[in-house]
Write a protein that binds this ligand. Sequence first.
Ligand code: PRP
Ligand code: MG
Length: 174
Amino acid sequence: SPHVSAVIEGLCATVTDYPKPGIVFQDLTPVFANGPALKQVVDAIVCAFAGKFDAVAGVEARGFLLAAAAAYATGTGVITIRKAGKLPREVLSESYSLEYGEATLELHQGDVPAGTRVLILDDVLATGGTLGAAAALLERTGAVVAGVGVVLEIDGLPGRDNLAGHEVLSLLHV
Ligand code: PRP
Ligand code: MG
């Protein structure tokens, strides 16, 4: 089978000026919709971090798809990092600026036992605001960030600078 990066590149849809002028949107829904591609993507990520994590965190919304699949594939649990106002109990919050806007992520206090090694997954690493906030939330709750995995990384943005000190795996760079 073709290398996972070629599979992603072949299926990813590039949409210019979405959601606003100047933004080039990388749409991975065709990757998620393709059974063999989804399996290859999830297998590549969990293989790269095999034995190094106890749980998988997904960042709402698109990170949930990968995190649930990776957790199921490895018999681990999913940690839910959500946009503000969605979690009913006491939360930790981190605000960050997005390529297009400003947002806040939240994590339930007490959902992650201290010392848990957590692999954080999302679809795209762009400015790194989202994943930087996710990593900060997990560290504040006492977890250890085992690594960060994304399907696609947009080069030429400071994504990795916002994840300094963490192992970052990107299956495709564009
Ligand atoms: C997108 C994407 C990543 C993030 C990457 O999510 O799914 O989570 O932006 O950008 P960054 O590296 O510049 O932070 P978005 O906030 O659009 O929401 P969604 O996943 O709910 O669609
Ligand atoms: Mg997202």
